[in-house]
Design a protein around this ligand. Structure first.
Ligand code: ZN
Length: 275
């Protein structure tokens, strides 16, 4: 486990995510290697407008109320173990430009397809937020995830910078579940479970000799998700840039990471059941 004290600069370097980078300044990491709460009162982001926020049942949301009933995937029976894979970016939002000129939006979609097939082979149900190169806004992604009633949600990103796999959990302070919750901070009631999910992902990835960096951040999509949610950013295993082994382009490395994530989600199947 490697903990970072500095602000992670590699998450989502794309222009469309500039605001996310700014919000990273609020993430903190203590020396004991434990998750910490954001150092500041986050009311500056949400409190000032909280009264004006549309307060809705968390399983829906602005996008869900508007369009979810028509095109959201049909939810499976509640008892089935379900995972949401959110391939970040898409359409006009290209994300980062990776080595070789590849776009992050293409990497995340291909990786989502790869991971979905691994999960399906293990009998795990999968809901995806996109299946093609299409623009899907953050609210829509959260609405799809929340409609699925999943036990785990992974938002997939990629970056040339950093090392191994970066796991980010919402920086929202944990809150008690409520019948009605503010859409933009709905994840607060799930942060504790999200941290537990990140722990399972971390241990399984490291068991597979994949370096892991943990962090907290604010992401509009995952902050509205009502399930254990982790942003998974895949970076090269070998940061030298000279060796293609362990690069984002390396199919073996991609498969290695995908297999480890699938194993972690299989482990979470038992651990992650909600009471
Ligand atoms: Zn990204």
């Amino acid at each position: 486990m490697r903990w970072i004290k500095a602000v992670p600069r590699w998450l989502c370097p794309g222009a469309a995510e500039a605001k996310w980078l700014i919000r990273h300044e609020r993430a903190t990491f203590n020396r004991a290697g434990r998750w910490t709460q954001p150092p500041r009162n986050r009311s500056s982001r949400s409190g000032g407008t909280i009264g004006a926020l549309l307060v809705v049942a968390a399983v829906f949301g602005p996008a869900g109320l508007a369009a979810g009933a028509q095109s959201a995937p049909t939810p499976p029976p509640a008892s089935r173990y379900m995972v949401v894979l959110d391939a970040a970016h898409g359409g006009e939002d290209t994300g980062a430009t990776l080595d070789g000129g590849h776009l992050e939006k293409s990497f995340t979609l291909a990786f989502s397809v790869k991971l979905r097939s691994l999960l399906a082979a293990r009998g795990i149900g999968v809901t995806t937020t996109r299946e093609q190169d299409a623009t899907v806004d953050a609210e829509r992604r959260a609405a799809i995830a929340n409609h699925a009633g999943a036990q785990a949600c992974l938002s997939l990103h990629a970056s040339d910078s950093g090392l191994g796999v970066h796991l980010y959990v919402s920086a929202l302070a944990p809150a008690q579940p409520a019948r009605f919750t503010a859409w933009k901070t709905a994840q607060a009631a799930w942060v504790t479970r999200s941290l537990a999910l990140a722990g399972v992902l971390d241990s399984t990835l490291q068991h597979n000799n994949i370096p892991v960096i943990l962090g907290r951040t604010a992401l509009p999509g995952i902050d509205s998700m009502t399930c254990p949610t982790v942003a998974v950013e895949i970076a090269p295993e070998n940061p030298s840039g000279k060796d293609t082994t362990g690069s984002l382009d390396d199919p073996d490395y991609q498969a290695h990471v995908a297999e480890a994530l699938a194993a972690a989600l299989l482990a979470w199947r038992t651990e992650g059941r909600q009471p």
